[in-house]
Design a protein around this ligand. Structure first.
Ligand code: SF4
Length: 518
């Protein structure tokens, strides 16, 4: 409910006079109705899913089923509602859910929402024209109609992607060129019983200049685009008044040039301003002090890897000394809680890299004041489309469990350090769905009825074959049907530089053209 992309679309659709957009969520009981007018979903012209996480794929067939609609698009009549999907997960790779969806919106919806609504209202008036409307929609930027593309396979691999009837190939993702020409995305609805129930979220920037090689959010929203400081200040002030707390959102918030000014002007009136996570090497005393005045209590940082070598592999080239120096400053500014994000299972990682994660926690504890709390949140690396690590295999369960064990054992006798890890099975599923192809749809549909446990038991060997293997350099990927602007050759070059532990400098917008996006 709190997702800013979802909320922005809700607002944009409702701003079009001819359009009414309502919300619906997977219910706990068996009936699904829209929230606003309590209407059955089958009575709407369009059902549009916002999908940020692969774990939600299984809920698409569940919702369609509860709405009384055939789950597979091939089984729906022309007069059925049009089923659309957008959001981060499907913009990276729509193929695993392509059999359920009539139309995908790939990328940033603000870029074409008016054209989209115009064509959808034609559909609303003449549903019998579904085929024609789909054809027209497919001419819009960012629109992918899976029925117009045929995939053939060779074992685990895609053999060929064939556009049908002159469909565009590849489909260019939609991108907002001038983000200041659009209103700042802010939470339009704040409701209890949700994440961020008391926080107005505000998007301060989009895309990240740093090029961390595992990070999908950093790559697919390139180039980095920073919003006008005045607009952010106004949004933060309004958000604080409206919700009491403002949350600044973006992949590189701590590098936002106007951040200190925004904090200076908006903090201290009783409201709290929070940031998702901070980059360790930009934390100076002034920023930390301003954050403290803004009510920030736990400093959250993401070194991601324990050794300098592995941080070069992932292109997060922060020396140990810079981490210790930042921790000194965190102490000086009076913070008593520090949370670290780390990953295990990264390409080239060894057990020594895992030991070093524990070492960072111990060192942090020794720098921070007595009684301070250190939390390690450790996730498993999942290779994502449109990142340099899209070619990398997913680490075996045994390796991950051993590395979690190494970290936990090394910290067993240390007080004040909490270690949080996620279940290894959940990560496996996410790894499968992230790089899945259209054939994943039948398994997702099965899982929507019987749960993933049974599916994993019966199909584990075919899933493993897809998840654990390194991809070949020239392999066709299911997501090659999408063009994000990133050159595949650039991503491959970044992958090989990563394996060789070579760091790449950040974006230099206006002077750099290396990845193809600018
Ligand atoms: S072309 Fe250069 S500046 Fe532009 S997004 Fe790519 S790496 Fe960044």
């Amino acid at each position: 409910m709190s997702n800013l992309g979802f909320q922005t679309l809700y607002r944009l659709f409702n701003e079009v006079p001819s359009c009414v957009c309502e919300r619906a969520f997977l219910p706990e009981n068996s009936e699904i109705l829209s929230l606003e007018s309590q209407s059955p979903l089958s009575g709407f012209d369009v059902i549009a899913f916002s999908v940020s996480f692969e774990e939600d794929y299984v809920n698409i067939p569940r919702i369609l089923e509860l709405a009384g609609l055939p789950v597979f698009s091939s089984g729906r009549e022309d007069n059925s509602p049009l089923v659309m999907a957008g959001g981060c997960a499907v913009s990276l790779n729509p193929e695993p859910v392509a059999d359920f969806v009539d139309v995908f919106f790939i990328g940033e919806a603000e870029a074409s929402v008016n054209g989209l609504v115009e064509r959808l209202s034609q559909f609303s008036q003449r549903r019998s024209l579904k085929g024609d409307i789909l054809r027209e929609l497919s001419r819009l930027g960012g629109v992918y109609v899976p029925a117009f593309y045929e995939f053939t396979y060779d074992g685990c691999r895609v053999k060929e992607i064939k556009p049908l009837g002159g469909a565009r190939f590849p489909v260019r993702r939609a991108r907002v060129e001038d983000i200041d020409a659009q209103p700042v995305p802010v939470s339009a609805i704040i409701t209890p019983f949700t994440e961020f129930a008391d926080t107005a979220l505000i998007e301060v920037e989009r895309g990240c200049p740093r090029g961390c090689r595992f990070c999908a959010a950093g790559f697919i929203y390139l180039p980095p685009r920073w919003r006008d400081r005045g607009a952010i200040e106004r949004s933060v002030k309004a958000g604080l008044k409206f919700a009491g707390k403002a949350g600044l959102v973006g992949a590189a918030v701590s590098e936002y040039r106007g951040l200190k000014d925004v904090l200076r002007k908006c903090a201290g009136d009783g409201g709290e301003i929070t940031l998702s996570s901070l980059r360790l090497d930009v934390l100076d005393n002034e920023l930390l002090s301003l954050l403290r005045k803004a009510g920030y209590k736990t400093v959250t940082v993401a070194p991601e890897a324990g050794t300098e070598r592995l941080r070069k592999v992932i292109n997060k080239d922060i020396p140990d000394e810079a981490i210790w120096a930042s921790l000194e400053r965190i102490k000086e500014e009076g913070f008593r809680k520090v949370k670290f994000y780390f990953m295990v299972g990264l390409p080239t990682e060894t057990d020594k890299d895992a030991e070093a994660i524990a070492g960072v926690a111990v060192k942090a504890k020794s720098i921070l004041p007595k009684g301070a709390k250190v939390t390690l949140s450790i996730n498993q690396f999942i290779p994502k489309p449109f990142t340099p690590f899209q070619w990398a295999g997913f680490a075996e369960q045994e390796t991950i469990e051993r590395r979690y064990g190494i970290i936990k054992k090394a910290l067993k006798k240390e007080g004040g350090i909490e270690v949080k890890t996620l279940p290894v099975k959940g990560a496996f599923l996410q790894a499968y769905l992230s790089r899945g192809d259209r054939r994943s749809g039948s398994l997702i549909s099965l899982a929507s009825e019987k749960g993933w446990r049974g599916v994993l038991k019966n199909f584990s060997s075919s899933l493993s074959a897809s998840v654990f293997r390194d991809r070949e350099k020239d392999e066709i990927f299911p997501w090659d049907v999408i063009d994000t602007g990133l050159k595949k050759s650039y991503l491959w070059n970044e992958y090989t530089r990563g394996i060789e532990a070579k760091a790449t400098p950040p974006c230099d917008v206006g002077r750099c053209f290396r990845c193809g996006v600018c």
